[in-house]
Design a protein around this ligand. Sequence first.
Ligand SMILES: Cc1cc2nc3c(=O)[nH]c(=O)nc-3n(C[C@H](O)[C@H](O)[C@H](O)COP(=O)(O)OP(=O)(O)OC[C@H]3O[C@@H](n4cnc5c(N)ncnc54)[C@H](O)[C@@H]3O)c2cc1C
Length: 422
Amino acid sequence: MPSHVVIVGGSMGGLRAAEQLIANKFDGVVTIVGDEKHMPYNRPPLSKDVLAAERDDQNSTLDHWHSSVAFRQRKSIADVRWRLGSPAVSSDLGAKTVTLADGEVLNYDGLVVATGLRPRRLDLPGPQSGRHVIRTLDDAIGLRAELHPGTRVIVVGGGFIGCETAATARKLGCEVHIVEPMAVPMIRPLGEEFGNALRRVHEASGVHIHTGLSVEAVVAAAEDTSRLSAVILTDGTRLGADVLVESVGSHPNVEWLDGNGLDLGNGVLCDNHMRVESRPEVVAVGDIARFPDPATGNIPRRIEHWCIPTDTAKRAAATLIAHLSDEPCPDVPFSPLPSFWSDQFGLRLQGYGSPGDADHISVLEGDLSAPVDQDPSALDGTVVGYYQGSRLVGVVMLSPSPVTARNYREAVETSRAAVLTS
Ligand SMILES: Cc1cc2nc3c(=O)[nH]c(=O)nc-3n(C[C@H](O)[C@H](O)[C@H](O)COP(=O)(O)OP(=O)(O)OC[C@H]3O[C@@H](n4cnc5c(N)ncnc54)[C@H](O)[C@@H]3O)c2cc1C
């Protein structure tokens, strides 16, 4: 089966796809195309360690930061060809070609779509300087350079990344406001009760939270009109601001696939083998892949968790190799367990399953109303179960012990397995 697989997207999903192809005895050529100039690196530390780190002349170079978050390069992928710093701009899936921004056209026998997401921006005219998103290493370094004691930081969007960024900025001594359009921060993944417990942690640590509101306008500084000096909220409140972090969701990077008749409505629609509709030689992995999971009702959805690029890369590589070798695909359902975490004010939030699917919760250990004014660790050991009827669909824990985390992970896996076998 000597042939050429092109992987578009040079981050975790792309890297794992290459590793899995080679681990599955693919002996053709693998090319990875990435629009970032960096070799693949880990994103979770961007809103945690990279933002929080002390900076000085020695440790603030891009190379230093990249080496602190880069994935280890396994020997197995030494022969992979890297085409970094030049994005794919179009593709012709009928002719099996991908065109890069520098004009090169790559022919492929197999194609892996791994282009992930980019942050959504607030559609607000006016000063742009001081406005940030956080998706790439360059974003994190640019934001970190502006965070000093006393810097006035507005974070729009109280999801995991927004709340982590707010917690880190607060620890650096910034004056921090979160502006969240929903009634409670992190309500979508955690629900109202848990989200409110974490709201109390943030507020006890000095973060100001404005819910049910968004930012309506940004105001320019008198002395430098390219720089923001305040934001106006939708209820008319004016907040002084040096930095605005826009953490309001993301767009899948699908434009390079336009014109091929694919369903690109919310990422790339795949089947349970990670195959892109009617294209057996094209698979998708990671944040961009919208695939059905039999444990959650077979409705295709994207999952934006760190574990998913690896899980989907394993599945996609097996699918692609089967196709290239003219063999049938493995006949077992694919149902990766979502697993996620977040670090905020010394609390480690650890979750398994799909808590967002629940219709009610039950506090299984600890107490979500524990007083956190003096110490957020009062919530340590709390475990919340998320249920659809009587079925456990997810668990979220705060700073669990390894044994607790393992036990509840198994409980969620068992509950999901029961759906698969019913
Ligand atoms: C700040 C931050 C913190 C996070 N924290 C956590 C956490 O604590 N826990 C957790 O479970 N998950 C976390 N995540 C999510 C996790 O990092 C992602 O799920 C994971 O990075 C997805 O990997 P991916 O390869 O699918 O996509 P990405 O990492 O987005 O990679 C896609 C790559 O493709 C490139 N690309 C895009 N378009 C093109 C093109 N046309 N041509 C070539 N290349 C292209 C992009 O530049 C990018 O390098 C976090 C994410 C972020 C951003």
